[in-house]
Write a protein that binds this ligand. Structure first.
Ligand code: MN3
Length: 205
């Protein structure tokens, strides 16, 4: 198999009470696993695609054969997005807060402060109708922006570099929060691994 589901960097209950263990078990063990299985099925014996990183594939969907492009866009995006999502959270109460350093300064200058950034990302997640993601990305001009994508589309596919993303599919929160997406988004800010985001920001420059 070309692609595999990465292990979680913490136990499934490590994000409680913000993200519950059962949601993590199903989200990582079933949903992410299905994206990977369907991606591998779509790629089949295409050795050229199998040799690429998932980010490189998603960054250049035009190079994917027509017959499988839709499946690779959805399932490859699903794999890339979720792999980054797990790494963007920190267990054991070590997440949350606000970043300092270069990332903190860049957020302040782009959004006018951390609270305004949080409001912008929350709004992007709330106004994404149906399923998708809200992102903090670095655009092609090197600026920090908030954006959202539908389904499993990645900012990589339109030339931006995502450094933090939040999954707003119902499967990410429905068991614990039911229809209350705003409550899930507010809780999720308590588990963000800002060290991981700062590292992506440094590498995006
Ligand atoms: Mn998901």
């Amino acid at each position: 198999m070309a692609f595999t589901v990465p292990d979680l960097p913490y136990s499934t209950d490590a994000l409680e009470p913000h993200i519950d263990a059962r949601t993590m078990e199903i989200h990582h063990g079933k949903h992410h696993a299905a994206y990977v299985a369907n991606l591998n099925k779509a790629i089949g014996d295409n050795a050229e695609l199998a040799a690429k990183s998932i980010e490189d594939i998603v960054r250049d969907l035009d190079s994917v054969p027509d017959a499988i492009r839709g499946a690779v866009r959805n399932n490859g995006g699903g794999h890339a997005n979720h792999a980054m999502f797990w790494q963007s959270m920190k267990g054991g109460g070590g997440g949350g807060g606000a970043p300092g350093g270069a990332l903190g300064s860049a957020i302040d200058s782009a959004f006018g402060g951390f609270d305004s950034f949080q409001a912008a990302l929350t709004k992007a997640g709330m106004t994404r109708f149906g399923s998708g993601w809200a992102w903090l990305s670095v655009d092609s001009g090197g600026s920090l922006i908030v954006e959202s994508t539908a389904n499993q589309d990645s900012p990589l596919s339109h030339g931006n570099i995502p450094i933090l993303g939040v999954d707003v599919w119902e499967h990410a929160y429905y068991l614990n929060y039911q229809n209350r997406r705003p409550d899930y988004l507010a809780a999720w800010f308590n588990v963000i691994n800002w060290d991981a985001v700062a590292e992506r920001f440094a590498n995006a420059g």
